[in-house]
Design a protein around this ligand. Structure first.
Ligand code: PBG
Ligand code: ZN
Length: 326
């Protein structure tokens, strides 16, 4: 018995790079990456984001060169976030036809018809209070928010978005958006739902980038509690029933268990969002010289893929594309 077991040598399959490549189970492809982009309403703006070195805010007139660079490096999809000039109580700029996101979609579809354009659907970047929905007596009203999210999604679909991505964590946002899209003839617009979106400290660099921090309270009444996994599966299950084509888990790294369970339980593509805090942790540690940026990013991104994500949304998308090209 002991002899039998001694014949097994797991190190045989690690002997050389070629052997390791031969037996590898997971590969990172540029075609599964989505690059998030911040588009700011205004002119002649290319701004550094202090919380996320290497990522910038672009005004629409300054965006083409960057998109060109993405396309040249093989990136096929972007996820756009808008930063409006004016915010109000009800996030009007999120669903106005002349808002920053509809204009960006039209422009991108004109200049880069092949690019897959996904648009985040939420109110927090557009409201003065910074919450993801309509505030009523200090509470975020689920059902008053739904029609506005649907209006935003419909406006983005009309502007040419391939994918709408509701991220407000309102109950039945997918159902409400699917109904709105279908009744206006947008049966083919894809819904990628932020299904299992946890209330996370790792969103804070994003909130600085998009000026979307809540002005009172936090988002724990609508985003999920990190202690729960059954709830995440329930969220995903509900979204699939409501018509989501792609379901997302977010953040990625603290929730690899959810990605893994979801990918074995459900027959839909799973997207994982490696969020701003995941980007900034690696970026700042490597800027200080204590991490090898490329090794750390490729390791972590591969682990997200291995867990079961078929799509990875990451601020490192362009950089990974360049690294993969060698
Ligand atoms: C909007 C939204 C947020 C993120 C994606 N969509 C911010 C939030 O919920 O506060 C976070 C993405 C990131 O941190 O990279 N609801
Ligand atoms: Zn939001």
């Amino acid at each position: 018995m002991i002899e039998e077991i001694e014949r097994i040598r797991l190190r045989r399959l690690r002997k050389s790079q070629k052997i390791r490549d031969l037996v590898s189970e997971t590969s990172l492809n540029v075609s599964s990456l989505i690059q998030p982009i911040f588009v700011v309403d205004g002119e002649k703006i290319i701004e550094d984001i202090d919380s996320m070195p290497g990522i910038k805010r672009y005004s629409l007139d300054m965006l083409d060169d960057y998109i060109q660079e993405l396309v040249e490096n093989g990136i096929i999809a972007v996820l756009i976030f808008g930063i409006p000039k004016i915010k109000d109580e009800i996030g009007s700029e999120a669903y106005s036809k002349s808002g920053i996101i509809p204009r960006t979609i039209r422009r991108l579809k004109e200049s880069f018809p092949e690019l897959v354009v996904a648009a985040d659907v939420c109110l927090c970047e557009y409201t003065t209070h910074g919450h993801c929905g309509i505030v009523e007596n200090g509470i975020i009203s689920n059902d008053k928010t739904l029609p506005l999210l649907s209006r935003a999604a419909l406006t983005y679909a009309e502007s040419g978005a391939d994918i709408v991505a509701p991220s407000a964590m309102m109950d039945h946002q997918v159902l409400s958006i699917r109904n709105a899209l279908d009744s206006e003839g947008f049966r083919d617009t894809i819904i990628m739902s932020y299904s299992a979106k946890y209330a996370s400290s790792l969103y804070s660099p994003f909130r600085e980038a998009a000026f979307s921090s809540p002005k009172f309270g936090n988002r724990k009444e609508y985003q999920m509690d990190i202690r729960n996994s059954k709830e995440a599966l329930r969220e995903i299950e509900m979204d699939i029933k409501e018509g989501a084509d792609i379901v997302m888990v977010k953040p990625a790294l603290p929730n690899l268990d959810i990605i893994s369970q979801a990918s074995s339980l459900y027959n839909v593509p799973i997207a994982a969002y490696s969020v701003s805090g995941e980007y900034s942790m690696i970026k700042f540690a490597s800027m200080s010289g204590y991490l090898n940026e490329k090794d750390a990013v490729l390791e972590i991104t591969t682990s997200i893929k291995r867990a079961g994500a078929s799509i990875i949304i990451t601020y490192y998308a362009l950089q990974i594309a360049k690294w993969l090209k060698g």
